[in-house]
Design a protein around this ligand. Structure first.
Ligand SMILES: C[S@@+](CC[C@H](N)C(=O)[O-])C[C@H]1O[C@@H](n2cnc3c(N)ncnc32)[C@H](O)[C@@H]1O
Length: 214
């Protein structure tokens, strides 16, 4: 008989298996949304939200009023972690209405934006945010290289972008880090750090990238 954990891994596979389209992934999130928080709070399964929030807090330090965009915010787990660290000026952006509906109930976001990151232009003015963070969202059927320039556009010069990505996905996909380097060569941002996040998910580490927008 399948255990509860097997059931969760089946759901994770359902949203991000190789070859999945964005539409298929989004359709599954719409049904998973009410159970997502309960599933991902299984001890040891997923530490991305606290890891990305702590990493961002490390560079923002005492700027608790920094305007932050939680990109691909889902149900708001990252926003909750940022709030625990006393950040209060946070917006959420996600493609999925049902996930954002849950995020709204947390009362940690000022604005909730339903839109896709990459490759379209967001309805967000240039240089809006002091920082942008993103957890758990670079994978099959999810975010790809084509959203990075848009992330940079909406963050102020001198602002911070903090992304946590599963190490195994970086190796499989292979295009993300070279694209990050190209954007640095183009003078759009500069790397502050690249560090290993141990136990990001139960079955692997994450890599936390922090970039300063130029
Ligand atoms: C695994 S969840 C992560 C949510 C949250 N960041 C967390 O750590 O719990 C991935 C989220 O990315 C969103 N997503 C996937 N592709 C997207 C895209 N291209 N633009 C915006 N959101 C996207 C999904 O709707 C989903 O809510």
């Amino acid at each position: 008989m399948a255990s509860h954990k097997d059931d969760i891994y089946q759901k994770v596979w359902s949203v991000q298996h190789p070859g999945i389209s964005t539409e298929e992934s989004q359709a599954f999130y719409s049904t998973w949304a009410p159970e997502y928080d309960k599933d991902l709070s299984t001890p040891g399964l997923y530490k991305g939200p606290s890891q990305v929030a702590e990493a961002l807090a490390g560079v923002l330090r005492d700027r608790k009023d920094a305007r932050i965009l939680d990109a691909a915010a889902g149900t708001g787990l990252v926003g909750e972690e940022l709030r625990k660290l006393e950040f209060s000026n946070i917006d959420a952006l996600d493609a999925n209405k049902e996930m954002l509906d849950i995020a709204k109930t947390k009362n940690v976001y000022r604005n909730l934006i339903q839109d896709f990151l990459g490759p379209n232009r967001l309805q967000v003015a240039d240089d809006t945010y002091d920082a942008l963070c993103c957890a758990g969202s670079f994978s099959d059927g999810h975010l790809k290289c084509d959203c990075l320039e848009e992330m940079i556009r909406i963050v102020k010069p001198g602002g911070m972008i903090c992304l946590i990505v599963k190490e195994a996905f970086l190796l499989e996909y292979g295009k993300l880090e070279p694209r990050m380097c190209e954007l640095q060569d183009k003078g759009l941002w500069e790397r502050v750090s690249r560090s290993v996040a141990e136990g990001y998910v139960e079955n692997g580490n994450g890599i936390i990238f922090i970039y300063k927008v130029l």
